[in-house]
Design a protein around this ligand. Structure first.
Ligand code: ZN
Length: 373
């Protein structure tokens, strides 16, 4: 009788262990299929941004730059594409944001200048998405597809060459040089202030200024423009008697000290600053000081290095939310810990049951020995 009991108990225990192991295995397999990016997106309440008609995302692409805009009329615009190294993160985040908005294509791609930290993701972008319009810098690549133009500079960068080849090979895609323009997306518009000259000493200065205006909110994107280009931009604004009152500024050149001068900040008066950077030299202390001196507190300065992907969602009344992907949630680890807890709980339950049975057995034996007397 005792032997039989023990055998039954062993069977019960081994089946619990088996089921727990199986459950753990199933959960781990399921997690392999769930997009980790999607988990982080939910854990950091990015769904608050999805609900707003205007959405601006500074993608986390390392020491590089890429910004994705979803307009209120569901048009999409990408400003730069990050580097070749950040290609995987770049494509997954674009995919996720488009999916969340039930969108598939990129309506506009603006390449601010030829540097590889801005054009490195173009080939992967074209492979994964339909892009309908590209605005490219007025600088030629060494690509065989380029038509020689005597008044323009040529970049020897292989990354830029691959990018230019990819954009001209993209079917149903209109490619133009960046020029002064106003693009309308319903009541939202994007004003492009192209560089004034055909030739600049540094590639960074080909960067246009891009001003997005929607629901009385204004964003300014500066590419990698240096202080010389800032001066050129400010003087063209004053010539046209145009004032920009910027709410959200993408700080130029990853926060380099050679851009974002006090004069520039005083002219555009931004309230929030966004920096795309990863290395130890960016953003520079000088630029952070200038931002502080111009009334932008640390709470209103965001950097992909610390905050991961950053998003601003604007409602039609002009109210907005800012979300960051800084809180990393390690879901697989949480699942494993929960399974271990369940396992422990079951084991404790089993020990408790065994002790109970032992007590009953001892009690019965006592009663039996008493009755024998
Ligand atoms: Zn750059």
């Amino acid at each position: 009788m005792e032997k039989l009991k023990r055998r039954l108990k062993n069977m019960k225990e081994s089946s619990i262990v088996k089921w727990n192991f199986l459950l753990l295995l199933v959960l781990i397999c399921a997690l392999l299929f769930i997009n980790q990016y999607e988990i982080q997106y939910f854990a950091n309440a990015f769904y608050d941004v999805d609900k707003r008609p205007l959405q601006v995302f500074w993608l986390d692409v390392g020491q590089a730059s890429s910004t994705l805009i979803v307009m209120p009329n569901n048009s999409t615009m990408l400003i730069d594409t990050g580097s070749v190294d950040s290609e995987r993160e770049f494509i997954s985040s674009v995919k996720l944001i488009l999916q969340r908005n039930n969108l598939k294509d990129i309506d506009y791609l603006v390449l601010t200048h030829p540097d590889s930290d801005h054009t490195g993701g173009v080939v992967a972008l074209m492979e994964n998405f339909q892009v309908y319009n590209v605005l490219r810098p007025k600088i030629l690549s060494a690509s065989v597809l380029e038509v020689e133009a005597e008044n323009l500079n040529t970049s020897t960068s292989l990354v830029y060459q691959d990018a230019i080849t990819a954009i001209y090979r993209e079917p149903n895609c209109q490619v133009d040089f960046v020029n002064d323009a106003i693009l309308n997306f319903g009541e939202t518009y994007v004003q492009i202030f192209a560089c004034q000259n055909d030739v600049y000493a540094q590639t960074n200065d080909y960067s246009p200024y891009i001003n997005l205006v929607s629901f009385n909110r204004s964003f300014l994107f500066c590419g990698d423009a240096s202080s010389d280009r800032e001066e050129e931009f400010l003087s063209s604004l004053s010539q046209d008697n145009q004032n920009l009152d910027v709410d959200f500024l993408q700080v130029a050149h990853h926060g380099s000290k050679y851009s974002t001068t006090t004069e520039f900040l005083q002219a555009i008066k931004p309230e929030y600053a966004f920096i795309s950077a990863q290395d130890n030299f960016h953003p520079s202390g000088e630029v952070l000081t200038r931002l502080h001196e111009n009334g932008i507190t640390d709470d209103n300065i965001f950097c992909t290095k610390d905050d991961g992907m950053i998003a601003v969602g604007v409602s039609d009344d002009g109210n907005f939310v800012i979300r960051t992907l800084s809180n990393f949630v390690d879901l697989p680890l949480i699942v494993v810990l929960v399974c271990l807890c369940v396992w422990e709980f079951v084991a404790l339950y089993e020990i408790n049951e065994t002790l109970k049975m032992k007590n009953i057995f001892l009690k019965n034996r006592k009663l039996l020995s008493h009755s024998e007397f």
